[in-house]
Write a protein that binds this ligand. Structure first.
Ligand code: NZQ
Ligand code: ZN
Length: 390
């Protein structure tokens, strides 16, 4: 087990009705609020009106920054920074999914960025930055952005989608009832993202971090149990609450305690798919993960022990033959994604081979995936993309 140190400075307000605390949470930061939100789901669900009523009753001034895209664009970050500077914003309130929260994080840090080009901030090497205070109300269980300091911003002009550190939310209101309206597609994609975050931590060379591995296995089993319930009964509070609680933990760093990093290979590959084709993050991960697993198991049978553990402890499988058992666990995962109704091939998304080499080279920039759980070359990555075609 390796050494680790960890802090999460975000206060989670989890559960039904926690919005009652919104004014109290915001008040210490000031009166001028930038309200960041996406393409309008919060208007349809009534959450927008609820938030606006609280803010106006409690004497806050609101400047709106709506229309933040899924796979948020640098242009939205630029627009938000401009609004913050023009209006002397004290605090940002992001209401939405990971895209809105990520964009709000980059806006919060962008206000203090000294250069002229905010893309340089997104693409730069840095840790957590000085930023405006950020509070969020989560409406989709998926990314964990509500409980981490990272954000992912896209520049479609140059086909780049880059993750970076910006700021942690000061507080996140996580009310599972706000996810009752999430479509089946986004519910399944979000759960695939949670499962992928957990895979990226679980598939590590460190064999003896029992706490972290046990947390990962609990997250997997929680997702496997609750996704089908949430799909069948969108307003099942218990299922939605379980998905929301694993959303926050899976990407928090806790499931990696004491473990060697896997290098997050599926995320590196998926960000390339989104950068070129603007696909839903969780769908890209669901397609990639089983193909990546089969590829690395074949390339390095020495990692089979990890897959055997996955098959036994997550899927309850058993058997004598290590390789068969390892492959059976992967098949189970793929079938689970397929049954959730999301596309499971790149062809279904209209993606062909034309950019695979450029995408592989960028995913592996600086040889970073040569240091992953099973080292990957550019050629390996192209093969994994090819295996995803059908
Ligand atoms: O934009 P609106 O109208 O709000 O609609 C959204 C959007 O169309 C809709 N939605 C959200 N909440 C809803 C709802 N529809 C009905 N009812 C609700 N309650 O769902 C759609 C997808 O929203 P989005 O925010 O894009 O989804 P998600 O939370 O999956 O975020 C994806 C983004 O986060 C990044 C991804 O790469 C992607 O850009 N990630 C961020 C991470 C982080 N900060 O740590 C880690 C992840 O690995 C990930 O890369
Ligand atoms: Zn993710």
């Amino acid at each position: 087990m390796l050494n680790y140190s960890h802090t999460i400075p975000t206060k989670l307000y989890f559960g039904k009705g926690q919005i009652a605390k919104l004014a109290e949470i915001l008040r210490p930061f000031g009166r001028k609020v930038l309200l960041a939100y996406g393409g309008g789901s919060i208007k349809k669900t009534g959450l927008y009106d609820q938030v606006m009523d609280i803010l106006s009753d409690e004497g806050f001034t609101v400047v709106e920054c709506g229309g933040i895209e899924p796979n948020p664009r640098i242009e939205s970050v630029e627009r938000g920074v401009k609004l913050c500077k023009e209006h002397g914003i004290d605090v940002i309130l992001a209401v939405g999914g990971g895209s809105t929260i990520d964009c709000a994080k980059a806006i919060a840090a962008g206000v203090y960025y000294e250069g002229d080009d905010l893309w340089q901030m997104v693409a730069g090497r840095h840790g957590i930055l000085k930023a405006l205070p950020l509070v969020d109300i989560l409406t989709l269980s998926a990314t964990g952005s509500e409980y981490d300091g990272g954000g992912v911003i896209s520049n479609m002009k140059i086909n780049q989608k880059l993750g970076n550190s910006y700021t942690f939310p000061a507080a996140s209101i996580c009310d599972p009832t706000y996810t009752f309206t999430v479509s089946k597609y986004q519910t399944a994609a979000g759960t695939a993202d949670i499962i992928s975050h957990t895979c990226e931590e679980y598939f590590s060379r460190t064999p003896d971090s029992d706490l972290a591995d046990g947390i990962c296995e609990t997250i997997f089993r929680t997702a496997i149990k609750n996704l089908p319930i949430a799909l069948a009964e969108p307003d099942n509070y218990s299922a939605r609450a379980n998905l929301m609680s694993i959303s926050s933990i899976a990407c928090s760093g806790i499931p990696s305690y004491g473990k060697q990093s896997s290098g997050w290979p599926c995320h590196a590959m998926e960000h390339e798919l989104s950068a070129y084709y603007d696909i839903t993050h969780g769908v890209g991960l669901a397609i990639l993960t089983p193909r990546w697993m089969r590829h690395i198991l074949k390339k390095d049978p020495g990692c089979a022990w990890r897959f055997v553990r996955f098959a036994k402890n997550v899927w309850g499988l058993d058997g004598e033959d290590e390789t068969e058992l390892a492959l059976a666990g992967i098949d189970k995962l793929e079938a689970f994604f397929r049954e959730s109704g999301i596309p499971m091939t790149l062809s279904e998304l209209g993606i062909g081979t034309e950019h695979f080499e450029a995408m592989a080279a960028h995913a592996n920039l600086g040889g970073r995936l040569s240091r992953s759980f099973v080292p990957l070359t550019d050629a390996d990555i192209v093969e994994i993309f090819e295996a995803c075609l059908d």
